[in-house]
Design a protein. Sequence first.
Length: 226
Amino acid sequence: MAELSVTDAMLQRGSVRAYTDQPVPADLVNEILELASHAPSGGNVQPWKIYAVTGAVKDQLSQAVLAKAAESPSGDKPDIPVYPNGLSEPWRSRRYACGELMYTALEIGREDKMGRFEQAAKNMVFFGAPVGLIITMDRALCESQMIDIGIFIQSLLLLAQERGLASCPQTSWSMWSGVIRETMDIPENEMVLIGIALGYAAAEAPINHLNQARAQLSDFADLRGF
Ligand SMILES: Cc1cc2nc3c(=O)[nH]c(=O)nc-3n(C[C@H](O)[C@H](O)[C@H](O)COP(=O)(O)O)c2cc1C
């Protein structure tokens, strides 16, 4: 494993949406998850639960979700809203720019509804990654524990990066919470929060080189009393 500073892992990680077939062994998945569990959590409650799927189990999940999507393209009722109704500025423009950058790289025009739908559907096959993670949280917990889960996820993404693995967090999986629970036999008390694609990047794919912009420090940081 190449040594990678936290800074380099932060700067080198990007959402990867095209993968090679190279498998990710269970030991490596377990190692990353175990290390990520050293993430802090309020009261050390460790609210995360992770299902990792590969091979036929992953394919079965994708098939079930794709079949459901063909029937009702707008999705199940998600356990948590993915965005608020009527996303306002500056977040709306950022989200728009994010999508445009991706579709431009793929040469899928704004009028090409089918092209955009097909790209969105690739979420449901984890963009071809050999491993998919589904992260759930018990309904008995509350919003604050989602902060813990966010910290866990970023830890996991950086640990993957350190090991040469690429990833893409995907809230699109939460649109299919019902069919995911049914197919994977996940209890009703667990909310499906997010999926994560995990594998080795198809290095040459243009979609893997988006370099999404970030707001300037002064747009989000307010230092006082220094
Ligand atoms: C919580 C979360 C949910 C996301 N959901 C999706 C998704 O469903 N599909 C997708 O293609 N990318 C998804 N992304 C990736 C974001 O679009 C990406 O992180 C953002 O554009 C910044 O780009 P970067 O990750 O390459 O730095 C998600 C990212 C996060 C953190």
